[in-house]
Design a protein around this ligand. Structure first.
Ligand SMILES: [Zn+2]
Length: 468
């Protein structure tokens, strides 16, 4: 049972934090579909067309719809006024090469040149350069990525074959209405002069689009340029992510509370957050003898310690480095030990307890407090604990610090879990000296679970020498 809970905890750690790491690693993206409430992105390729593009602009204006025009440079030559009109009416201009040719048929240098020439035309007409690029037929190759620099590649979520006149306005309309939903990026054509298209196909497109816009208006949609579509999508993705994280964390805390309840964990002292929780359980490891002649053997009663998650995370959040966090945690532990001694002495459940015990990665200096530090015996438990503690360390510290820490040789030392044991007579010495030195941290409550792995059932000790 305890192990199942522990595994549940590991799994949750991965679900909550890995997606963020992955999206950071693969930051580059090609935009295809948005995540919006009621917005749709209309995009028009291959223009401008001196006959159809002005009609399209009139239609869009009637519905107060904004769109994105991926223009072919050679079609835009001599169309300065039309480009300017597109821009001034609030639409976005993007690049669709200078001639309508697939990038597979051109050298990377030629593609780059095509983009630059088209962008020059846009700049001459509007005073601004575009950052949006759509490769003809959507064919992207690796060179495009290296070529793009600051360009954003825009593909689409829906296309309809509107470049063919025989499709007919009615069928096109039917296909389009199926894609009347938030976040769609529609690919349409306002020019039929490219290879494989029909010269007057845009006539059908305009007819179908009018119905689409009308229906969209009735249903409360708004039609936006690709710039707005991307920024809305970014905002919504972030919102969704934090919602996801929040719900995972509340589940986590709920699980922790259930764990504390199920295993009757007791709080040490009244500090908020407290440093420890403990429960009385039976020792399951190998026999250990201490210098004072006392012994802990399998089956002996021990008090198993757990760091308080809020204490840990608030310290980690306000420390400059993992090392500083470790030092502050050590200080908290030192402050809490007199309380723990008092409490164990007074707790009838704790009668006959031989030692206090815990598994933790934060063990630096623990020997000076009177703990005996042992390595965990290699095995599934040690391995999984190590993975968990690594993730936890990464989550608790900011990424830069973590990377710095990783580069140090001490990494394995830092994140390798250890067993801590302190014989009760040693603990009770804390009761005599400064028992009033306990100070509340008053740190803000925060999230994560204790680092002292909660459910150790059978820790096996191989080494009897302390680690320090
Ligand atoms: Zn095209």
């Amino acid at each position: 049972m305890e192990n199942i809970l522990l595994w549940g905890f590991y799994v949750m750690t991965f679900y909550a934090f890995l997606p963020g790491l992955i999206s950071r690693t693969f930051g580059f993206r090609v935009f295809k579909k948005g995540k919006t409430e009621k917005e749709i992105g209309l995009t028009f390729d291959d223009g401008p067309d001196p006959h159809y593009t002005p009609q399209l602009l009139d239609l869009l204006a009637r519905y107060n719809a904004k769109a994105t025009f991926f223009i072919v440079g050679s079609h835009a030559e001599g169309q300065v006024e039309l480009l300017r009109r597109i821009h001034e009416e609030g639409h976005v201009l993007g690049i669709h090469n200078y001639v309508h040719k697939s990038n597979w048929l051109m050298r990377p240098k030629t593609v780059k040149h095509q983009i630059e020439m088209t962008n020059d035309l846009i700049e001459r007409a509007t005073g601004q350069r575009s950052t949006y690029y759509r490769p003809p037929w959507g064919i992207i190759n690796l060179f495009d990525y290296s070529n793009m620099g600051h360009m954003q590649i825009i593909l689409w979520s829906a296309l309809f074959g509107d470049w063919r006149i025989r499709l007919g306005a009615k069928r096109l309309e039917k296909r389009m209405l199926k894609k009347l939903s938030p976040g769609q990026v529609l690919l349409l054509h306002d020019c039929g002069m490219t290879f494989g298209a029909d010269r007057d196909a845009p006539r059908n497109m305009l007819e179908a689009l009018e119905t689409y816009l009308e229906k969209g208006k009735q249903e409360g949609y708004s039609f936006v340029g690709i710039d707005k579509m991307i920024s809305l999508t970014d905002v919504n993705r972030k919102k969704q992510q934090s919602l996801f994280k929040r719900s995972i964390i509340s589940l986590w805390l709920l699980w922790e509370r259930a764990f504390h309840f199920l295993f009757r964990l007791k709080v040490v002292g009244s500090g908020d957050p407290p440093a420890f929780h403990y429960r009385v359980t039976k020792y399951g490891g190998e026999s250990v003898s201490f210098e004072d002649g006392s012994k802990v053997e399998k089956g002996d009663r021990i008090a198993e310690l757990h760091f308080d998650n809020r204490m840990l995370s608030s310290l980690a959040a306000t420390s400059k480095s993992p090392l500083a966090t470790g030092i502050r945690i050590l200080r908290e532990v030192e402050r809490a030990l007199p309380r723990l001694a008092k409490q164990l002495k007074a707790d009838p459940d704790a009668a006959g307890v031989k030692a206090v015990y815990g598994v933790t990665m934060i063990h630096r200096g623990a020997d000076r407090l009177g703990f005996h530090v042992y390595k965990l015996k290699e095995g599934l438990f040690a391995r999984s604990t190590r993975v968990y503690l690594r993730v936890l360390l990464k989550v608790l510290t900011n990424t830069k610090q973590y990377d710095k820490t990783r580069k140090r040789k001490s990494e394995n030392e830092m994140v390798s879990p250890r067993v801590l044991l302190m014989p009760i007579p040693r603990l009770l010495t804390y009761d005599q000296d400064n028992s009033e030195a306990v100070v509340d941290t008053g740190a803000p409550a925060a999230l994560l679970e204790d680092t002292l792995a909660a459910s150790v059932q059978d820790p096996e000790i191989t080494s009897k020498t302390t680690a320090f």
